[in-house]
Design a protein around this ligand. Structure first.
Ligand SMILES: Cc1cc2nc3c(=O)[nH]c(=O)nc-3n(C[C@H](O)[C@H](O)[C@H](O)COP(=O)(O)OP(=O)(O)OC[C@H]3O[C@@H](n4cnc5c(N)ncnc54)[C@H](O)[C@@H]3O)c2cc1C
Length: 597
């Protein structure tokens, strides 16, 4: 099993140099978030994740969670680690001070979440879901609901979930059957069954606050009749103390491909007491607060997985001796050269590195936009941040998780046969990562959201704004040390604009063209978006070198990784372009009954 080390130098580069977080935090009034404070928090998070969370990753996979008579026990060490997580004040980091939080920016918490997830994906999901629950309550809850639920969630002694999926209602939530009947006191009585509920039942916290979508008895069918309810495992008194048991039970847990340390539960609601949150029949709108944050969180899980895969692969490639370099012996004191000398191994390592670091830059940039939506005094800035988040969230979610699966698969490949053996941890990484392409909306659904709602649905306005920004960057840098990257990037964004227009034209004649193009379009968008991150990071690194920075090797490696990305990763966009240009015909012409004879 490889040892996880938080990538502190790269995190510092992204936060302080690439995104100038000092100025960003000051402008938003986050006076506490000085660079010294941020450094101190992240160093502590690094220690905690390396020393407490990473060591229970493999045992979590081996033992999994256990269900007995409705109770779920987490693997050895999870309970103690969660206690340390709470005692260390980690759940409170970016939560509002009025509920006992530290009031720090969301973007700092995002970095901590990356470390947690890279160290142990399953463990990180328990607090991750609580964060989504808290932001939904904060945005849509009443004062009374916040008094009842927020302080304990912020403290971490209670955890949260999102309960959407039912056995017959996954992507299509309009089909849900869970019913909510109004009680005389204004609360609701919920009946129904949810499946696949992450962290739905466990032994880490004193109470579990479920956010449940259900249909009120007098609501219409379909998505227009969905409302959102707070349904605690134990009832809660008005002052926030625990009362009696609610009608919530865990019917079973799933036995699954990965994330075995996280309990995936069937949760039954039998006359369970719930409270409407937000407006009746507007539940999906409220739930989107949870889901948008969670989608960014899953993008971050993708970054974490690529980072972990890169670390494990790099350590192995520097150590493993096999064959000699094609250009002559590099390690004469030993019987063979380390495999890092071989071009193909370098191809895989640099792909992982460029996706992890490029993805980190993208997620950090999006997290800064979230800071703006929370704390800016300017409505114009908030609107611009929300628009950019709307466009880039599906790209980040789907592209960074699909490429994370590639990175973890390379993780196995770099280790050769040993990658297939459990003790090295690489096959666990691949198994744990695949879920990121499925939950919070599959890649296919993110792709439809991108092309259908965010791009064509907005008549291209959001995309054009982004393309304008990228072209502005390229223009500014057309004659300097990153000009080669800038020129290439301009060609890509022009293709992006053209292909968007073509899909729009084709789809207006045949809607299947939209679906047929969607995933290739999303991947193409992802490669270009990450290309923009890399071009900008190369510029930041080049500027640091020009100023005679003492850390020249780091910046040189940044520029070399950018060049690799442009030469060997971004061209994959052309493959997607060719595929989507071929249109829907070859997919749709075969009769459904003729797929197999
Ligand atoms: C480990 C795990 C944890 C989970 N955690 C949670 C949780 O905490 N809370 C929760 O509520 N849910 C959770 N889920 C459920 C998860 O979000 C769903 O599985 C997911 O949304 C997909 O739904 P489904 O499985 O029903 O697939 P389906 O909706 O049946 O989709 C099957 C396939 O069809 C495709 N498809 C469907 N409709 C379309 C369309 N219109 N166009 C193109 N393609 C389409 C999908 O992309 C997918 O490839 C979890 C699932 C797992 C496995």
């Amino acid at each position: 099993m490889f040892e996880y080390k938080a990538p502190m130098r790269d995190i510092k580069f992204v936060m302080q140099e690439f995104l100038a977080c000092d100025g960003h935090y000051q402008a938003l009034g986050y006076d506490e978030a000085s660079s010294d404070m941020v450094d101190a928090i992240l160093s502590e998070a690094a220690k905690f994740t390396e020393q407490v969370i990473a060591p229970i990753n493999q045992i979590g996979d081996q033992q999994g969670c256990h269900w007995e008579k409705g109770s779920v026990s987490t693997p050895d060490g999870f309970k103690d680690a969660y206690k340390q997580y709470v005692d260390g004040g980690w759940p409170t980091l970016s939560q509002a001070e009025e509920f006992g939080g530290q009031g720090l920016p969301h973007s700092i918490n995002m970095v901590v979440s990356e470390m947690l997830s890279a160290a142990n994906h399953s463990f990180a999901m328990y607090p991750g879901l609580s964060h989504g629950c808290m932001s939904t309550l904060e945005f849509h809850g009443t004062k009374q609901q916040k008094t009842m639920f927020m302080p304990k969630l912020v403290e971490g002694s209670w955890t949260g979930t999102m309960c959407l999926t039912e056995s017959h209602a996954g992507t299509d939530l309009g089909l849900l059957r869970t019913k909510a009947e109004l009680n005389e006191d204004g609360s609701y009585k919920l009946n129904g069954s949810k499946i696949f509920i992450s962290a739905g039942e466990h032994d880490l916290s004193d109470n579990i606050v479920h956010l449940v979508i259900a249909r009120a008895t007098d609501s219409p069918a379909g998505t227009k009749g969905i409302s959102l309810f707070i349904v605690p495992k134990f009832n809660v008194n008005d002052d926030g103390t625990i009362a009696d048991e609610n009608g919530v039970s865990c019917g079973s847990i799933e036995h699954k491909m990965g994330i075995n340390g996280n309990a995936t539960c069937v949760i039954n609601f039998d006359d369970a007491k719930g409270y409407l949150i937000g407006e009746k029949n507007k539940g999906l709108k409220c739930m989107f607060t949870f889901m948008n944050g969670a989608r960014l969180g899953v993008a971050n899980e993708g970054v974490a997985a690529s980072e972990a895969a890169f670390q494990g692969s790099l350590a192995y490639a520097q150590d493993r001796l096999q064959m000699r370099s094609l250009t002559g012996v590099k390690n004469p004191k030993d019987y063979a050269d380390p495999i890092i000398v071989h071009p193909d191994v370098r191809r895989m390592l640099l792909t992982q590195k460029s996706i992890a670091e490029g993805g980190r830059a993208l997620v950090a940039q999006l997290a800064q936009l979230v800071d703006i939506t929370h704390a800016s005094n300017s409505d114009e800035d908030k609107l611009a941040a929300n628009n950019r988040l709307a466009l880039l969230t599906p790209i980040a979610k789907a592209f960074l998780t699909e490429t994370a699966v590639d990175s973890t698969s390379y993780g196995i490949q770099v280790l050769g046969g040993h990658g297939f053996i459990k003790e090295w941890g690489m096959e666990q990484l691949l198994r744990d990562t695949k879920i990121c392409c499925l939950y919070e909306g599959t890649t296919g659904i993110q792709a439809l959201d991108l092309i259908g709602r965010k791009v064509l649905g907005n008549k291209g306005v959001l995309l054009n704004d982004f393309i304008k920004e990228i072209k502005g960057f390229c223009k500014l840098n057309e004659n300097n040390s990153v000009s080669a990257l800038a020129h290439t990037l301009v060609d890509y964004v022009e293709l992006w604009a053209e292909v968007t227009h073509d899909i729009g034209v084709k789809a207006s004649a045949n809607p299947d063209e939209l679906g047929a193009a969607s995933v290739d379009y999303l991947m193409l968008s992802g490669y270009i978006t990450l290309g923009y991150m890399w071009a900008k990071m190369a510029k930041t690194a080049q500027d640091a070198i020009s100023q005679n920075s003492a850390d020249k090797d780091f910046y040189l490696a940044k520029i070399q990784t950018a060049e690799f990305y442009f030469a060997r990763v971004m061209p994959k966009a052309h493959g997607h372009l060719a595929c989507l240009a071929s249109g829907a015909k070859t997919m749709m012409s075969m009769d459904s009954g003729h797929f197999s004879f």
